[in-house]
Design a protein around this ligand. Structure first.
Ligand SMILES: Nc1nc2c(c(=O)[nH]1)N[C@H]1C(S)=C(S)[C@@H](COP(=O)(O)OP(=O)(O)OC[C@H]3O[C@@H](n4cnc5c(N)ncnc54)[C@H](O)[C@@H]3O)O[C@H]1N2
Ligand code: MOO
Length: 409
């Protein structure tokens, strides 16, 4: 690429080549919400698993009550009662009725259920003034799920409906990959913890919250470590203390050309790659493997918008690969651009935007300026407009690719 920059694709490929999905194991259902299934699940049972009543009423043999009307009701002796979960009565004779509750097994000999509303709710004898169709209000075994049906495919991202179904077929656990543990370190002697006083030359550490929240939103467990000063020894100590609980490490700051670029200084001897990627914001990047376990580390630039865009572009796909969630990168959607945007040649630009729909379909409006310190504008955005490397200007009214930042995928 121009200026010795690495392309976004090449940097992402380098990263993904170094990341392997975490090993899967059976996890309790409620732990797996938002995780990808790491097995095909076939149903060991049918659903419903037995013929059961869809109404509170009376199980009958339809031919006994076929003639029942308001003016010529049919009377039947009530020979028993079946509640849900109580199935002592397994069979009944023609010419009788059995009280039955919703969900209770329909006894042999009955083929339909008369709802209470069509009866006098009699106890010893019931007066039936309307006839059901044959089979009416009986929910047949297997009409929903048959034994052996493939219910959840490997790779499916598990949501509430999948978990409900898995529990309904008796599964207490499903194989999935654990949530990756992401350790986040902010570097910068100018940084202060929110809630503490600010000096005239200091700023609050917004990035570790931005990145930790992004990691958690991506499904990871985020450990936000405190601020690390611009001192290589202190940085390496903090990093090595954290490696024991990290599947990946993400740092912010200290990777450009400054005199105190601590991350670059500390990690270059370990073989971590540092260089420029052809994007804006987010040009200065670093990636490598550190410690005895060769833990992947992402060293993101310190400007807040640069950090965030770098996370979206490189860390999010890595987290998703660890979790076995495809696609790794957020898909783009097309939208009409409301105002012209300019972009530098040779760099993929990510412009903050507000994505919405009107009568003309989806549109996206650029938000604020290009400055990578503008976190206020970032928070007002819900999208990034992607301007390709070879495009320097996109006119209002043209269609662009957009990343919708709050969409699940
Ligand atoms: N001579 C050059 N200077 C810079 C270049 C360059 O190519 N040549 N690149 C610029 C670009 S682009 C970026 S992006 C930044 C990246 O700088 P660093 O990663 O080294 O980050 P810092 O210098 O530590 O900080 C940059 C900026 O961000 C603020 N910051 C840092 N950490 C946080 C945090 N946790 N929360 C909120 N804000 C943070 C920091 O105060 C600085 O204002 O370098 C350019 N310079
Ligand atoms: O790349 Mo920096 O991230 O443009 O501000």
């Amino acid at each position: 690429m121009a200026d010795g920059l690495t392309s976004v694709e090449a940097h992402l490929e380098r990263i993904l080549a170094a990341i392997e999905p975490l090993p899967d194991f059976p996890q309790p259902l409620m732990e797996t919400l938002g995780l990808a299934a790491a097995e095909d699940v076939r149903s060991p049972i049918a659903l419903p698993s037995f013929d059961n009543s869809g109404m509170d009423g009376y199980a009958v043999c339809q031919s006994d009550v076929a003639a029942a009307t308001e003016d010529a009701p049919v009377h039947l002796p009530v020979v028993g009662e079946i509640g849900a979960g109580q199935a002592q009565l397994l069979a009944m004779s023609p010419g009788t009725a059995v009280k039955i509750m919703t969900g209770a097994p329909v006894p042999q000999g009955a083929d339909s259920v008369v709802p209470y509303e069509w009866t006098d709710r009699g106890v010893a004898q019931v007066r039936i003034s309307r006839a059901p169709e044959v089979g009416q209000h009986v929910r047949l075994a297997g009409e929903d799920v048959e034994e052996g049906d493939l219910l959840v495919e490997h790779g499916t991202v598990l949501g509430p409906r999948h978990l409900g179904l898995l529990a309904s077929i008796g599964r207490a656990a499903i194989r999935s990959r654990p949530r990756p543990r992401v350790v986040i370190l902010s570097t910068g002697s100018e940084l202060r913890e929110p809630g503490t006083p600010l000096g005239h030359d200091s700023i609050y550490d917004g990035n570790s919250f931005l990145l930790a929240a992004s990691a958690r939103r991506a499904g990871a467990i985020a450990y936000r470590v405190g601020i690390v000063p611009d001192e290589p020894r202190a940085f390496l100590d903090a990093l090595h203390d954290q490696l024991v609980r990290a599947d990946i490490v993400v740092t912010s700051g200290g990777v450009s050309q400054g005199d105190f670029d601590v991350v670059k200084e500390a990690l270059t001897p370990d073989g971590v790659w540092f260089g420029g990627v052809a994007m804006q914001p987010g040009k200065p990047q670093g990636f490598g493997l550190v410690g005895d376990d060769r833990t992947p580390i992402f060293t993101l630039p310190g400007n807040p918008v640069s950090s965030y865009v770098s996370f979206e572009t490189f860390v999010l796909p890595a987290i998703r690969k660890l979790m076995g969630k495809a696609p790794y990168s957020r898909p783009t959607v097309r939208a009409r651009l409301t105002h012209t945007v300019q972009s530098p040649a040779g760099r993929r630009q990510f412009v903050r935007g507000e994505y919405a729909r009107d009568g003309g379909g989806p549109y996206v409006a650029p938000v604020g300026g290009h400055g990578s310190h503008l976190i206020g504008d970032l928070a007002s955005s819900n999208a990034l407009i992607v301007v390709p490397e070879d495009v320097t200007s996109v006119a209002a009214g043209e269609h662009v690719q957009v990343l919708c930042l709050d969409d699940e995928f």
